[in-house]
Design a protein around this ligand. Structure first.
Ligand code: TZP
Ligand code: MG
Length: 209
C-alpha cells in the first residue's frame, strides 16, 4: 500500500452541526493522507451514502480510503480497503472477499500483531495507546507495546488512541512513524491546522531516524 503519515478517522459526534465531508476535506487539506469511515450508528443505506461521498472526496485528492467493519460497504463504495478489529470478520475470510484491497487489523498485544502480519494484513493499528472516550471500552496498551511493535513487526503500523498534539511526541519517540487520531482532528476548531501540526511533528520525528 501507499505509505501514509496521518490517518484521520471520522467521528461525527465530535463536530455536531458540521458537515462530514467538509470536515474530512479540511483534514485532507491539512495533510491527512488516509481516511477511514467509522460509524457505529448509521443504518446500511446511510452508511453506504457516506462511504460513496467519502470515496468521491478521497479520489479527488488522491487519498487512501478505508471503511471500518463493513466489508460489503467497502466493496460497494469501491473503497481502497477495510479495517477490522479482533472481533470482526477473520482476516483470511475478508481476504477472499476483498482480493488485493488493503486490510488493516486492530491489535492490542504482540501475539495479535504477529498473527496479523503472518496472515497477510497490509497494516496494523496499535492501541489504544492512551485511554480515550472515543473507544472507552478498550484498555490502553501503553507505549511499551508501541516499542515492541516497532522492534518486531515489518508491515506498516499506526499508533492510535488518545493521541493529541500535546502527547504525540512521546508516541513518536516510541518508534511509530504514523499517527491516527479521531477526536483531536475532527473535534478541532481548526481541523486543517491541527493536521498540519501533526504532520510537522511526524516529519520532524522521521527526519531523526
Ligand atoms: N481504536 C483504538 S482507539 C480508537 C479506535 C477506533 C479511538 C481513537 O480515538 P481518539 O479520539 O483519537 O482517541
Ligand atoms: Mg470493528
Amino acid at each position: 500500500m501507499k505509505d501514509f503519515r496521518l490517518y484521520a478517522i471520522t467521528g461525527e459526534q465530535f463536530h455536531p452541526g458540521r458537515d462530514l465531508i467538509e470536515v474530512m476535506e479540511e483534514a485532507i487539506m491539512g495533510g491527512a493522507d488516509i481516511l477511514q469511515l467509522r460509524d457505529k450508528h448509521s443504518g446500511r443505506e446511510e452508511l453506504l451514502r457516506k462511504a460513496k461521498d467519502l470515496r468521491v472526496l478521497t479520489r479527488k485528492h488522491g487519498v487512501t480510503f478505508i471503511v471500518n467493519d463493513h466489508v460489503d460497504i467497502a466493496l460497494e463504495a469501491e473503497a481502497d480497503g477495510i479495517h477490522l478489529g479482533q472481533g470482526d470478520m477473520p482476516l483470511t475470510e475478508a481476504r477472499k472477499l476483498v482480493g488485493g484491497k488493503i486490510i488493516g487489523i486492530s491489535t492490542h498485544a504482540i501475539e495479535e500483531a504477529l498473527a496479523a502480519e503472518e496472515q497477510g494484513a497490509d497494516y496494523i493499528g496499535v492501541g489504544p495507546v492512551y485511554p480515550t472516550a472515543t473507544k472507552a471500552e478498550a484498555a490502553p496498551v501503553s507505549l511499551s507495546y508501541v516499542r515492541e511493535v516497532a522492534a518486531r513487526i515489518r508491515i506498516p503500523f499506526v499508533a492510535i488512541g488518545g493521541i493529541k498534539l500535546d502527547n504525540v511526541d512521546a508516541v513518536l519517540a516510541a518508534g511509530t512513524t504514523r499517527i491516527c487520531a479521531v477526536s483531536e482532528i475532527v473535534g478541532s476548531s481548526d481541523v486543517a491546522g491541527t493536521c498540519r501540526a501533526f504532520i510537522r511533528k511526524i516529519e520532524e520525528s522521521r527526519s531523526r531516524i
